[in-house]
Design a protein around this ligand. Structure first.
Ligand SMILES: [Fe+2]
Ligand SMILES: [Fe+2]
Length: 415
């Protein structure tokens, strides 16, 4: 196997690194090894992230492609990371066919003779000069190959300063690295850019519980692969509206988004699977659910998320479980996801066949942001029930119980 090595600080890894890595692979290598430095001899002062953070970002960004590998030998070795040690180590462990390629940026070519044991490096590896600053081949006094890559105007230093200044940066690097920066607040992320929802700011208890970007992405990718494309777009629209409603009603928007994106995760399950997963919540399958097993997708979805996707946030799970029929004791997050599912703006027009009065989105569109969560929920519930009755569909026990609870609240003047 022919190997090439791309070392660097990867602080953070960005699309330019991956592009360069793939360009080098095209020169006839089978595998490209990305090697993050513990401490670069060229950038000894860079200390704004730990080696572990940089390694984690690489691990989260490595393409799902056997041509790419990440090796943490320099981080395990600690101390100043010298290229000669790494090359010797990699040859020893990987036993490559022929000399490994060593990618060197043209910005470093001139100072190469200052590298530790540079003569040995030349004898052990084939030097590949990559373009970083010059679009022409640079002079290099030893045998080398010149990589004919385009120069992308992306650098880790620029990304770091963009993050600090609250400027746009997210799509300059792979998604995995982006989530780690956001979730861990690296490079000062969050100090200049993030503005928590007004309600969440007021309520410290809500700030403590949130969904990480990495968790949301993990579930979103699972939903993308498990449901149809149109169902996925509906889920995205529910997630976005749940986010907005959380901001409006003082809930954590990340949890709203997570429950919204996940709510229909079991929608494509077959009948037997739906029953098997739904029953894991300990409740029997009702007569109505037996008659219409598709109703079980909300209960089955919550069980699937808990058992197979490790979601432990009880309110997120309840929001998924109750999004179809509701339940008599719903919390704010459950109500928000219920509302968002019924009125998200891309929802098919089928529900409008009952006429504008039966369209559950009517109350939301017309409320002008004045209604409380409970009264908005009550309007959407009543509109949904009116639509179900118009279509002569049965109401579940839970929905009936919920309707009674809402009627009582209205009578008492609490809505
Ligand atoms: Fe659903
Ligand atoms: Fe839905």
């Amino acid at each position: 196997m022919k190997l090439a090595i791309l070392g660097g600080s990867f602080n953070p890894v960005h699309l330019g690194h991956l592009y360069l890595a793939e360009s080098a692979l095209k020169m006839g290598y089978d595998r490209l090894i990305l090697v993050p430095a513990y401490s670069s001899p060229f950038k000894p002062g860079v200390r704004d992230t730990s080696p572990q953070d940089r390694l984690d970002m690489l691990a989260a960004s490595a393409p799902a492609d056997p041509c790419f590998a990440v090796d943490d030998c320099e981080i395990r070795r600690e101390g100043v990371s010298y290229t000669i040690d790494t090359i010797a180590d990699i040859i020893d462990r990987y036993r490559p066919e022929g000399k490994p390629g060593l990618i060197l940026g043209d910005d470093l070519a001139e100072g190469f003779t200052g590298w530790r044991d540079y003569g040995k490096i030349i004898s052990l590896a084939d030097i590949i000069i990559a373009r970083r600053i010059s679009s022409k081949s640079v002079f290099f006094p030893y045998p080398c190959r010149q990589l004919d890559n385009a120069i992308l105007d992306i650098s880790s230093r620029d990304i770091r300063s963009r993050i600090q200044a609250g400027k746009s940066w997210r799509y300059l690097l792979p998604e995995g690295a982006r989530f780690i920066i956001e979730d861990r607040g690296l490079y000062g992320y969050g100090q200049a850019a993030a503005k928590p929802a007004a309600g969440a700011r007021k309520n410290p208890a809500l700030r403590a519980k949130t969904a990480t970007k990495a968790e949301i992405a993990r579930i979103e990718n699972a939903v993308r692969s498990l449901v149809s494309p149109s169902r996925f777009l509906h889920s995205r629209a529910v997630a976005a509206l749940a986010w907005d409603l959380c901001v409006r009603f003082g809930q954590d928007p990340g949890r709203g988004y997570l429950a919204g994106i996940a709510h229909d995760i079991a929608k494509s399950m077959g009948e037997n699977e739906l029953k098997r997963f739904a029953k894991k919540d300990g409740k029997p399958v009702s007569a109505l659910e037996r008659k219409k097993p598709s109703l079980l997708h909300s209960r089955a979805g919550a069980s699937l998320l808990r058992e197979y996707f490790g979601i432990t946030d009880g309110e997120v799970l309840a929001a998924v479980r109750d999004h179809t029929a509701g339940s008599p004791s719903m919390g704010p997050l459950e109500k928000i996801v219920y509302i968002a599912d019924k009125i998200e703006p891309t929802r098919k027009n089928e529900a409008r066949r009952g006429g504008a009065d039966q369209w559950p989105g009517k109350a939301f569109r017309e409320d002008g942001g004045r209604e409380s969560l409970d009264s908005l929920f009550a309007s959407v519930l009543k509109d949904t029930v009116a639509y179900l009755r118009f279509r002569e569909l049965d109401l579940s026990e839970d929905t009936r119980g919920l309707l009674e609870a809402v009627a009582k609240m209205e009578k008492a003047g609490n809505l």
